[in-house]
Design a protein around this ligand. Structure first.
Ligand SMILES: *Cc1c(COP(=O)(O)O)cnc(C)c1O
Length: 420
């Protein structure tokens, strides 16, 4: 804080910060550079990043393989429009994603952010029915605890009570927000909802295995099998939003692949480029794609973000996939999970703590009430860690390259604040 760079003081009057009451918040930490699992601050301090920059930097920062791929692409063609033009990085990436995803999730539509890919998945689902001559199916079933983005349409499929978007209640048409079918009673309730409202529903949308920003809530694969069964029984589409869980975070490359449940559309972003550049994708099965394959120009998907399939971002994503193909993440995720379990378990029983849980490389300490985000961020930083709580949870989602000693530093920082 003592060595605030001039650019921070000058720019602070002009930069509008995210999720932040700027009047009362302390200034943000000035980052000078990044390396591996570490943020190097302008004042010289080094913090181990416990959350991989909002779950993006899965291979750590500045990975030499990704950096080289982006540098080479920068020399060749940093960007061209995707309407009417094609380039190898995007076409190669689409081919590889189709191969890596289960079933016939083979048709890749690129965008630049997670929220936009969810919007596109929602548009695909609505138009799928229109193109097939079925009218009136424009609503979605989504789940309590869910999070799918901050744009207007994606806000409607987020948990309505979670707080972040409650100011906007009534601005957009309401969706059907249900409980996840975690047991027979909730499965029967969802079955009844679909029997009653099914004909106005385009799709069910869910974050498989982990509801991330809504509170790091875990559910088992049985829930996903129930959703597939109910979607089929009532003839609605099923969308998996794997923007958080995709690319190894739960121990499988994709949750759908690990669970053996193939959705009709899947969305990917966050770790897609290894945290290097913004990129997202909505990927549809052949059956969904075929509803758009027609002699009628009006049946086409009329969407095309200006920077879709950006070559630099696709080059980074291809390089990130190379790293996944080496397979080291398969050992790193359980290794980090063990470190998180050992390091966070002592928080159980600490004042206000209601649960400690770990899945893959995700460690969570949940509290009875919301925790003071800004104050705790500062205390974690004093302990050498970058950790930013969300509502009632303090969570760790480190990069897969984080060493055992760094994982221990992270959990020690959590214990020092939580256990006093
Ligand atoms: C982060 C996230 C989004 C939104 O992605 P942005 O890139 O922030 O728009 C959507 N869905 C899930 C599951 C996410 O974790």
């Amino acid at each position: 804080m003592d060595h605030q760079p001039a650019w921070l003081a000058q720019g602070a009057a002009h930069v509008w910060r995210p999720y932040c009451q700027m009047k009362t918040a302390p200034p943000p930490l000035a980052v000078a550079r990044t390396e591996g699992a570490r943020l190097i601050l302008a004042d010289g301090r080094e913090l181990v990043d416990g959350i991989a920059s909002w779950w993006t930097a899965c291979h750590g920062y500045n990975h030499p393989h990704i950096r080289a791929a982006v540098q080479a692409q920068l020399e060749t063609a940093p960007h061209v429009m995707f309407g009417g033009l094609a380039h190898e990085p995007a076409y190669r990436l689409a081919t590889r994603l189709a191969k890596a995803l289960p079933g016939d999730l083979d048709h890749v539509f690129f965008a630049e952010s997670g929220s936009v890919s969810v919007e596109i998945a929602m548009k695909m689902a609505i138009q799928y029915w229109i193109n097939r001559g079925v009218h009136g199916r424009a609503r979605f079933v989504a789940f309590r605890g869910g999070y799918h983005g901050d744009t207007l349409a994606t806000m409607t499929v987020c948990d309505p009570e979670e707080g972040m978007h409650s100011l906007f209640a009534g601005v957009m048409p309401a969706q059907h927000i249900a409980a996840l079918p975690t047991d027979e009673a909730s499965e029967a309730a969802l079955d009844r909802l679909l029997a009653e409202k099914g004909r106005e529903i385009a799709a069910i949308i869910v974050e498989p295995r982990v509801q991330g920003a809504g509170g790091m809530l875990f559910h088992d694969d049985q829930v996903l099998r129930r959703l597939r069964r109910l979607a089929d029984a009532h003839g609605v589409l099923l969308i998996f939003d794997e923007i958080f869980v995709g690319f190894g975070r739960t121990g499988d490359i994709f949750a759908c692949e690990g669970a053996g449940v193939v959705p009709d559309i899947v969305t990917l972003s966050k770790s897609l480029t290894g945290g290097t550049l913004p990129l997202s994708a909505a990927i549809a099965t052949r059956a969904v794609f075929e509803a758009f394959w027609s002699d009628d120009p009006g049946a086409a998907l009329m969407h095309g973000p200006t920077y879709m399939g950006n070559p630099l971002a696709c080059a980074a994503a291809n390089a990130s996939l190379d790293l996944f193909e080496t397979g080291t993440w398969r050992a790193d995720v359980p290794r980090i999970g063990e470190g998180l379990r050992a390091g966070l378990e002592p928080c159980r029983g600490a004042p206000g703590v209601v649960d400690v849980r770990v899945l893959g490389a995700i460690g969570v300490v949940e509290f009875q009430a919301a925790v003071p985000v800004q104050a705790w961020c500062q205390r974690f930083a004093e302990a050498g860690a970058w950790i930013r709580p969300m509502g009632k949870v303090v969570y760790l989602t480190p990069a897969f390259v984080t060493s055992d000693a760094e994982v221990e530093l992270l959990t020690r920082a959590v214990r020092s604040v939580v256990c006093g």
